[in-house]
Design a protein around this ligand. Sequence first.
Ligand code: THU
Length: 134
Amino acid sequence: MFSKEELVKKALAAREKAYVPYSNFPVGAALITKEGKIFTGCNIENAAFPVTCCAERTALFKAVSEGERSFEALAVVADTDRPVSPCGSCRQVLAEFCPPEMPVYLANLRGEVEIMDVASLLPGAFGAKDLMKG
Ligand code: THU
């Protein structure tokens, strides 16, 4: 079993790989599967700014592209006053692939960690069920 501290540590290491020439705001993430496999991610920016991929989505997309669909927890870390708050797009992607009760560890460089679950990160999330009619 991986502790929340260990997952945050993996996210911190992933943050070192961030490609952030425009914001200078590196973010790291680490996602653990039900089987205990870890996928890390960093933010990857682009001169065409909206093309940027956040650390959380990098980790999730890496895992999904490797065939993973069962996730246990995600950690994300950045140099913020409060534990970093994932953007709306990442919250939507988390709602797509992760169970509502899955813990998300929001961390910062001061060692503060806030635990939220996927459902509370995006209450009332639009999802697959909304696409089904009748
Ligand atoms: N960013 C993330 O990677 N994750 C977050 O939770 C917040 C924002 C990135 C996107 C962009 O590269 C930079 O941080 C500034 O917004």
